[in-house]
Design a protein around this ligand. Structure first.
Ligand SMILES: [Zn+2]
Ligand SMILES: [Zn+2]
Ligand SMILES: [Zn+2]
Length: 146
């Protein structure tokens, strides 16, 4: 998806998903579309020059998550961190991911690794698996070459 007008696009997506369109939510969604990185709550608080309280940030992220727009990704410091979902995988009612995540030791950034797919382990006798997490750790390209 090419985004020529990310702000406009964020507004549209909020309306489409019945999320009330405040300036903050539009800007927040826009941050996800433009940063191309995963975003932690700390990142959000640092990013905006107008003051917003933490509860608003939590609630907005939660509603985005419930609508299948963003998903939680692992974080090196156990902070809440999110990445954009892909339209073809997630919808307002379900998240449907089968990709791993990579955490960089140096920049602490978390990356979605679409090319790393979950192994098929649906049938392990005696266990009902509800969630599978696949986390890789090391150095991202930027940190490895610098
Ligand atoms: Zn998702
Ligand atoms: Zn890095
Ligand atoms: Zn991901």
């Amino acid at each position: 998806m090419k985004l020529k007008h990310p702000i406009l696009n964020s507004k549209l997506i909020l309306s489409k998903n019945d999320i009330s369109r405040t300036k903050f939510r539009t800007d927040l969604l826009n941050l996800f579309y433009t940063s191309k990185k995963s975003v932690s709550i700390e990142d959000v608080l640092k990013h905006f020059d107008y003051s917003i309280n933490k509860v608003t940030v939590y609630r907005s992220l939660e509603s985005f998550e419930n609508k299948g727009l963003i998903h939680k990704v692992p974080d090196s410091n156990n902070l809440k961190r999110y990445s954009l979902c892909r339209e073809e995988e997630c919808s307002p009612s379900t998240h449907n991911h089968n990709h791993g995540h990579f955490i960089c030791y140096d920049c602490n950034q978390t990356f979605c690794m679409q090319e790393i797919k979950f192994p098929d382990i649906k049938s392990v006798k005696g266990f009902y698996i509800q969630e599978l997490k696949l986390t890789l750790e090391g150095y991202c390209q930027d940190c490895y070459t610098n």
